[in-house]
Design a protein around this ligand. Structure first.
Ligand code: NDP
Length: 449
């Protein structure tokens, strides 16, 4: 964000870069947290003395493995699998698996690092991890996806377990993939261990509201930020990038709270529908038929599809980036602010570049960073683990009330921490410090490990 890191923290950051070369997303995620921590070290010299920051930046364990599988045509394929078990100070490692061709160690480490603080903010007993593969699920048949997931789990099963490490979904991994992986885990372990994966199907240990949780949670968070400024979603024009799991349920909750979402996207282009998006159609296209968002205009002649368009050019009151990292840069942020945007809530992880974040903070709009705003997904995964441990299943209403309460608490914690450290209204500082302090205290208590 252009802030200096200061005499104490700069050498720590330099060492992270030297030890992890060519992992630019990881560097970005580390820098963004470290920029907030100067005042924390001043207040808690014990964290500095015991090198808590240096330890938190080094994953406890990194696993990289081969995933061989065969296409429907009989061609042998090789992908690379990752699981980075970053920090278990607060509980078993927890974090999703991403299947996308851009995946490499630097992406998994940035996501795993963010996950440590996000999970701490939820108040649930979960550590931080992330994993995935450079496998591209696009255009693959169900049986190819199944064989790939089985091969991945053939290695991964040795490293996970309900008390060790509990993966879930992320980009390219939904209930279908979790099902194939769970089936293979069950076969290899000869155990019904529901708590080993979250995001499961409802008939076999899944939780109601898990599918909706990240999107709903992000909207709850933005609603709290708006309320803190005496405002709400009623009548607000909103744009949501992406059209996957997070985007769909972000749009749904915005509509339920009286906002109007006019645009969404995928990696091919942007849909703009002035009278408000038809969410039933989007669900049919994306969740059931697995099609591209461009097909939306076949059903709504008054909607516009812009190939390779930029969703942030569309004027809105609330923007919710919900696709992928670094999808909103400094120019986009300036355009949003100029066009009257008053709030940004990140459904995706690190979707705004450091330059973009700086624009939002300078403009003093309500800006909710991903590690706080999208924590509802992992929080509901932890609720799924609770239900599995109790062999129970809660109703939709009961689970949504719990999610809502967790998001309100996260907002409150970030808000109060930002005030305590002299940066009122800065949720970046609030989230980074609140998450860090919680993990740091637990690490100190566990000794030098
Ligand atoms: P999905 O796979 O369901 O959807 C991803 C969406 O983002 C798709 O519309 C996809 O378009 C688009 N997208 C992905 N990669 C790119 C890219 N490189 N450029 C442009 N568009 C892209 O994933 P989710 O909705 O689960 O995840 C979205 C974001 O939310 C990610 O950042 C993820 O880490 C984060 N997140 C997800 C959580 C969850 O519970 N699922 C929890 C917390 C955060 P296309 O189909 O064209 O690729």
């Amino acid at each position: 964000m252009g802030n200096g890191l200061g005499k104490v923290i700069q050498p720590i950051y330099d060492e992270v870069i030297a030890r992890n070369p060519a992992e630019k997303e990881f560097h970005q995620a580390v820098r963004e947290v470290l920029e907030s921590l100067g005042p924390v070290l001043a207040k808690h010299p014990e964290f500095g003395e015991h090198k808590i920051i240096q330890r938190i930046c080094e994953p406890e364990r990194q696993i990289i493995f081969r995933i061989p599988w065969t296409t429907d045509k009989g061609e042998d394929m090789i992908n690379r699998g990752f699981r980075v078990q970053f920090n278990s100070a607060l509980g078993p490692y927890k974090g999703g698996l991403r299947f996308h061709p851009t995946v490499y160690l630097g992406i998994i480490k940035f996501l795993g690092f963010e996950q440590i603080f996000k999970n701490a903010l939820t108040g649930m007993p979960i550590g931080g991890a992330k994993g995935g593969s450079d496998f591209d699920p696009k255009g693959k048949s169900d049986s190819e996806i199944m064989r790939f997931c089985q091969s991945l789990m053939t290695e991964l099963h040795r490293h996970i377990g309900e008390h060790t490490d509990v993966p879930a979904g992320d980009i390219g991994v939904s209930a279908r993939e979790i099902g194939f992986m769970y089936g293979q885990y069950k076969r290899l372990s000869n155990k019904w261990e529901a708590g080993v994966l979250t995001g499961k199907g409802l008939a076999w240990g899944g939780s109601l509201v898990r599918k909706e949780a990240t999107g709903y949670g992000a909207v709850f968070f933005v609603h709290e930020m708006l309320k803190a400024r005496g405002d709400d979603f009623e009548g607000k024009i909103c744009t949501v990038s992406g059209s996957g799991n997070v985007a769909i349920y972000t749009i749904e909750k915005i509509h339920q709270l009286g906002g109007k979402c006019v645009a969404c996207s995928d990696s091919g282009g942007v849909i703009y529908h002035e009278k408000g998006l038809d969410l039933d159609l989007i669900k049919q296209l994306k969740e059931v038929d697995r099609r591209r968002i461009s097909e939306y205009t076949k059903h709504h002649k008054d909607a516009v599809y812009k190939e390779k368009g930029n969703i942030w050019e569309i004027p809105c009151h609330v923007a919710m980036p919900s696709a992928t990292e670094n999808e909103l840069d400094g120019k986009d942020a300036a355009m949003l602010v100029k066009n009257g945007c008053i709030a940004v809530g990140e459904g995706a992880n690190m979707p705004t570049t450091p330059e973009g974040v700086e624009v939002f903070l300078k403009a003093k709009i309500a800006y909710g960073p991903g590690k706080a705003a999208n924590a509802g997904g992992v929080a509901t995964s932890a609720l799924e683990m609770q239900q599995n441990a109790m062999r129970d299943a809660w109703s939709f209403e009961e689970t949504e009330v719990k999610l809502h309460k967790i998001m309100k608490n996260i907002h409150q914690l970030c808000y109060e921490t930002a005030e305590e450290y002299g940066e009122p209204g800065n949720y970046v500082v609030g989230a980074n410090i609140a998450g860090f302090v919680k993990v740091a205290r637990a690490m100190l208590a566990h000794g030098v490990i």
